[in-house]
Design a protein around this ligand. Sequence first.
Ligand code: ADP
Ligand code: MG
Length: 277
Amino acid sequence: PAAPSLPAGRPAAPGPGGAAPLAELVARDITAWFGQRKVLDRVSLTMPAGGITALIGPSGCGKSTFLRILNRMHELVPSAQLAGEVRLDGEDIYDPAKRLIDARRAIGMVFQKPNPFPAMSIRENVLAGLRLTGTRAPRSVKDDLVESCLTKGGLWQEVKDRLDSPGGGLSGGQQQRLCIARSLAIKPRVLLMDEPCSALDPTSTRVIEETMHELAREVTIVIVTHNMQQAARVSSQCAFFLASHGTPGVIVEHGDTRAMFESPRDERTSDYVNGRF
Ligand code: ADP
Ligand code: MG
């Protein structure tokens, strides 16, 4: 199949070769429901180009829901409803005239539980997104892409001699790094990560954290984490979500990570980042 063409006015098409420019993601007045239940209430957040934004807060306050809204996964749940807007470099990702695949391709997602295609080779896992988006490239370009994505994912050295073995044979931490490499292969402009290290050993966690700063040079990152040290280590800005007593989730405080950890403005933020609830 021919590579799908992108609507006019878009930045460089993702795919082998050209690097896409860094993009800013802006969510404005996001309200979300599951059925009658409102789970987010007018949440606004700017995720700056090339920044690493950490979403923190207790379970159930809507962090994953917010993340899924950022790449239109929210609408996969039949009972889900949404108000507000999400703009990637000014373009409304929910514009009915835009194709869903373009939003998904521009905004990649890595989940808590690593989900490589287990029977597919490591190499084919990395290239899987190209197939899905109908992007064609010669073998040598694909080889380069596999190496560069696995390098960026911090996995190349460990797997370079067994690229044809199945992805499912890797350890959990390696599988997660393979998933990161797979996301990068279609050159997303934003990478969403929902507790990517929660299920991993400390060594893999450290490798992933180390790769993130490098990744932020080419992709805007949004990460949900329960690990406050991780948020402090990796993020440039932080947003603290809270849903108290059955009310919908809101952002209580957001801003520069260091400022938020050292001198939070809200007492609830202070309590949370210091482990008091
Ligand atoms: P967090 O990631 O902060 O733990 P979630 O975004 O997963 O929070 O959940 C926010 C709220 O939305 C929770 O009360 C949760 O039970 C509810 N919720 C999440 N997903 C669904 C769903 N598919 N259907 C119904 N309710 C959901
Ligand atoms: Mg969650």
